[in-house]
Design a protein around this ligand. Sequence first.
Ligand code: SF4
Length: 396
Amino acid sequence: MRGSMNTTIQFHTNTPPPKDESLVPIIEKVTNEKSLSADDGMLLYETADLWTVCSLADSVRRKLHGNTAFYNINRHVNYSNVCALSCMFCDFYRKNNQEGAYAHSMEDISNEATQALSTGATEMHIVGGLHPWLPFSYYTQMLSTIKEIAPNIHIKAFTAVEIVHLARISKRGRDGIAGIASVLRELVDAGLGSLPGGGAEVFDERIHDEAFRGKIKGEQWLDVHRVAHELGLNSNATMLYGHIETREDRIKHMLTIREEQERAIASGSSGKFQAFIPLPFIPGVSDLSHLPGPSGVENLRTIAVSRLILDNVPHIKAFWIMQTLHMAQHMLECGADDIDGTVMWYDITKVESNSTHQESSVVDLCRAIRDAGFDPVERDTLYRNVTRDGTNWSVR
Ligand code: SF4
């Protein structure tokens, strides 16, 4: 991260010069800790010299995190797939009464918390659709139920899109920022620990209107995260790419996140973006299923470009559920330093199986990280190192 690095970026001390010489000014900027421009980002996307792009991203990642690759023991809960919206890229939502529609009861939530506790999870990651009829109390009760059963588990829950939905259903939608702040405060009182980064998609009006009309726009997504940061909550930021957006749109999206982080740092907010998570579009049976989705090379390049552009966001995550564990291994060499966690159940996308049971054991995650040449380190949601004895854990 700019201003917080304690070693210098080492690039090309013992590697050949780049095949594409037009990358030299970018290499100089990165090694001198200067932020990259939109044009630099486009060059990184367009050059055929992918090796140099990935190596440069790796040099930044190594300066920040050395040989460490983070994972966590977590449990995802998708409490309902019923959604008032119908985003074109979404393979998850169902309409109420449609086959496959569900909403978890509090008993289901209790069971999830009990199982999370019994597996030694440090985090529960909770997101769902915008259910038109569940009351606000459902959400606060969900958080307090988990906290009663597993008080030490960190609850990372509700995308900015859900937070705006909760403001609406609790009749605070017209109160703007004050309404968002009031909703977040109540959720924090009930047990919320941080916000995930979903729902950002790609910050662009054309794409919004074409692919996810009805969903909040980029400015509102940023407003929610800004308020959360001001209240001391950390959050993440995602980018869903590889559908109808352009590479320019992706760069613009990354620069917007960088600007927002700059603002959080300058204003002294105690909350910040912790990780940026590029999410490849997976066609599935969505309304955009005719599109191929991004290639493996495009996924690697996007991770690398993210690392290079987002010099004030500490972590770049290769979310193995959507990238696959095999690709996540390669991504650790291209700028990523985190592969997420054990997950268990994940209903939103299914890349390698048709089941919502998408679990990786700690042994598998650590083996994958070691095979890729890195040192696995278990972290909690706030990226503190976890010391573990079976299912008992503490953070340093
Ligand atoms: S992406 Fe989210 S808001 Fe859009 S349809 Fe799917 S669940 Fe609903």
